[in-house]
Design a protein around this ligand. Structure first.
Ligand SMILES: [Mg+2]
Length: 271
């Protein structure tokens, strides 16, 4: 199965690093891919940072990354809106200034927190700068029936700090209580559209892509829905017990991406 893999899609936290600490096997693994003729893309649901912020974060970890090698839930959102809702030009976005800048750069006009400044649609992201008045304005537009989208479904964002990071899905839950509406569409993992975009970009068949991640209900569920090879690594959230209990077993359950590197190497040398 691995002999046919031409591209690996890598979840970030729990797969490449934990918090700010890069796993010791990550750089050797990435260096190994190019000589094997295998490409890679980093994938994240976290929409609190723009692509530019992520590239800077990866550079601090000494991983040089091309913008085309990064795919965030915000990228998936913009790709889908462009393809399926070309009439949406003005957004009321509940998001960080970092993502707001990225949305503007993608050609969207962001409307003000003003009932006279009606948007075409509402977008909710992981807003770590959440402001009560803007939350209420978001509910106002949702209650008025405007198209309503969310970048990703995560309820919390993992952290080593003594706090709970209330994520996009929980903000949408609050808006749901207030308005009776769920988002019309939620992007990010486990939506297989995240992988479809990467497939299209590189013109690959589903089974030529291996999705590698540490969460069964997002990373592995998405790999299955997209028809890609699924590789669960036990360096993050899921344990070997979780993998055994999973309704559908991933194609591979490995200790970490270091082990995946060895298997990919072996698949190329005919072992
Ligand atoms: Mg992860």
């Amino acid at each position: 199965m691995l002999a046919g893999v031409r591209h690996v899609v890598l979840d970030m936290d729990g797969t490449l690093y934990r918090g700010g600490t890069l796993f010791p096997f990550t750089r050797p693994f990435l260096a190994q891919l190019r000589p094997l003729g295998i490409g890679y893309t980093f994938l994240t649901n976290n929409s609190s940072r723009s692509s530019a912020d992520y590239l800077a974060h990866l550079a601090r970890l000494d991983i040089a990354t091309d913008p085309a090698q990064l795919h965030t839930s915000a990228n998936a959102t913009v790709d889908w809106l462009r393809a399926h809702r070309p009439g949406v030009r003005r957004l009321f976005a509940l998001c960080t200034p970092s993502l707001a800048a990225e949305l503007r750069a993608a050609g969207y006009e962001l409307t003000a927190d003003d009932p006279a400044d009606a948007p075409d649609a509402v977008l909710v992201a992981f807003d770590t700068t959440l402001d009560y008045a803007r939350l209420c304005r978001t509910a106002h537009w949702i209650a008025h029936g405007l198209p309503y989208f969310a970048t990703h479904p995560d309820h919390i964002c993992p952290t080593d700090e003594p706090t709970v990071l209330v994520d996009c899905g929980s903000i949408c839950a609050a808006l749901g209580k207030a308005t009776g509406r769920a988002p019309d569409r939620v992007f990010g993992k486990p939506d297989p559209e995240m992988l479809t975009g990467i497939r299209r970009r590189h013109q690959l068949a589903a089974r030529e892509i291996a999705m590698v991640g540490d969460r069964i209900y997002t990373d592995m569920a998405m790999a299955r829905a997209a028809g890609c090879v699924s590789v669960l690594v036990l360096s993050g959230e899921a344990t070997a017990d979780d993998a055994r209990r999973a309704g559908t077993a991933p194609d591979f359950v490995l200790t970490d991406i270091g082990e995946l590197g060895l298997l990919l190497q072996a698949s190329r040398s005919g072992d």
